[in-house]
Design a binder for this molecule. Structure first.
Ligand code: IFM
Length: 471
């Protein structure tokens, strides 16, 4: 096995080299990243890359509506064209394959595949059939998310995730998709990041549909999780060979001081970020501390809901980006105290790989039934420019190296982690931040749609080639 004994491979910040490829990705010989069955792939989401919002019978989504409202999205950007992936998907698949990536996580646009009566939209379905068939022909492992935030607007008009009926409509949608696409999907994820859908969409209004009420957030979350729970048995029945799971974004909260009050603040941050989702899924109950933090926000729960929600999972998808530093707000909550002098990304998010390791090992202790984990998103935004045909995204290489080391440390500490997806395959529509924030390992010039492979993608491809060559 190729290994450079002098290679620095830990989670600490490393000096950024001027020549990124001179700093090879050479994990230690005992790293789990060398295991050929540790899946390495890249992820995207429908609204962020597809464009073609009016084509082939696609209905409006809440993000079409939201991004059309002045002031909601930076620079007035929308997903109308995005990366034009709806038309360029063949070249994009070729690009994924040429990088040697083994897995692809994509999402389906619900408004593209069903009409307002719930009947299939054949043209939309055919797009995903062609895409998934091609991925399978190329030997790519496919992870398909059913809901990555693009709710059909007609369902939002009837209350969206505040309306319990949306959970049943989601189960119908899961039924149609798994009947139509069975055999081409290796793993189904019901929802991407319900925290964002519920909190940002209904709690503080930063995301579509833009509502802002704490009671809405907890009720929306309950209906999202119910939708997940209703869909799981349907997916199993229609596509028994596939793995079923859900994707949660997790947040690390650390205390600003050793004081008991600040430690409690950090704990409460993680309760609302992580336990709000993971406890109902894995323990069948919401954490009571959530309602001490947000009094009066208990959702309406019907008998049997929590049993439905806590149906066993084949895998749990984890998305991780940064940590937050917390102090007591002097009352029953927390406030964020941004740390000075720490490394940050274009989003302003702190680079803190230890947080990923510590959260994963912590979940492994807290939840005895923790399912196998896939890191379904990890990556960073940087203000990348194409210069002489190259994008030297050195900070991203350093970021990925340190986060992959954190994943390896968590595996060594006993967490069953089976794969890792880069966020994202290519630059795309970063929600309320539009196209300014670039998360891709492939650069997209939005005026020409030209794709340029960044140094980080070359770096991952080089490692994958080396790994594949091992006997
Ligand atoms: O771009 C998003 C993605 O859609 C969901 N997870 C976080 C990413 C970066 O903000």
């Amino acid at each position: 096995m190729a290994n450079d004994a002098s290679a620095v491979f830990d989670t600490r910040s490393s000096a950024v080299s001027n020549d990124p490829l001179a700093d090879p990705f050479t994990p230690p010989a005992d790293s789990s990243l060398w295991r050929k069955n540790f899946l390495l792939g890249a992820a995207t989401a429908s609204y962020q890359i597809e464009g073609a919002v009016d084509e082939d019978g696609r209905l409006p989504s809440i993000w079409d509506t939201f991004s059309a409202i002045p002031g909601k999205v930076l620079a007035g950007d929308t997903g109308a064209v995005a990366c034009d992936h709806y038309h360029r998907w063949e070249a994009d698949v070729d690009m994924l394959v040429s990088l040697g990536l083994e897995g692809y996580r994509l999402s389906i646009a619900w408004p593209r595949v069903m009409d307002t009566t719930g009947a299939p939209n054949r043209k939309g379905l055919d797009f995903y059939k062609r895409l998934l068939n091609r991925l399978k022909e190329k030997g790519i492992t496919t992870f398909v998310t059913l809901y990555h935030w693009d709710l059909p607007q007609h369902l939002e008009d009837r209350g969206g995730w505040l309306n319990r009926d949306t959970a049943y409509r989601f189960a119908d949608y899961a039924d149609l998709m798994s009947r139509e696409l069975a055999g081409t999907v290796d793993a189904w994820a019901t929802l991407n990041e319900p925290w964002c859908s519920a909190y940002l969409g209904y709690g503080n209004g930063h995301h579509a549909p833009g509502l802002a009420d704490g009671r809405f957030a907890t009720q929306a979350m309950h209906h999202l999780l119910l939708a997940h729970g209703l869909a799981i048995p349907v997916l199993h029945a229609n596509d028994p060979a596939s793995q079923m799971g859900i994707v949660a974004n997790i947040g690390r909260g650390t205390p600003n001081s050793d004081s008991a009050a600040d430690q409690r603040a950090a704990h409460l941050f993680e309760v609302q970020h992580n336990a709000w989702i993971l406890d109902p899924l894995l323990k069948g109950a919401y954490p009571q501390e959530l309602f001490e933090l947000w009094p009066g926000t208990e959702p309406l729960i019907l008998d049997g809901d929590l049993q439905t929600i806590s149906a066993p999972l084949d895998f749990l998808g984890i998305n991780y980006y940064f940590r937050s530093n917390l102090a007591s707000d002097g009352a029953h909550g927390f406030r964020e105290v941004p740390l000075e002098g720490v490394e940050r990304t274009q989003m302003g998010w702190e680079v803190y790989p230890e947080g990923l390791r510590d959260l994963l090992t912590g979940f492994n202790r807290t939840y005895p039934n923790l399912p196998p984990i896939y890191i379904t998103e990890n990556g960073m935004a940087s203000d990348d420019k194409v210069i002489d045909g190259h994008v030297d995204d050195t900070q991203r290489i350093s970021f990925l190296k340190r986060h992959l080391a954190a994943v390896d440390q968590a595996i060594k500490a006993g967490v069953d982690i089976r794969g890792y997806f880069l966020w994202s395959l290519m630059d795309n529509f970063e929600w309320a931040f539009g196209y300014e924030r670039r998360f891709g390992v492939v650069h997209v010039d939005y005026s020409t749609q030209k794709r340029t492979v960044k140094r980080s993608a070359e770096w991952v491809a080089k490692f994958l080639k080396e790994r594949k060559a091992q006997v």
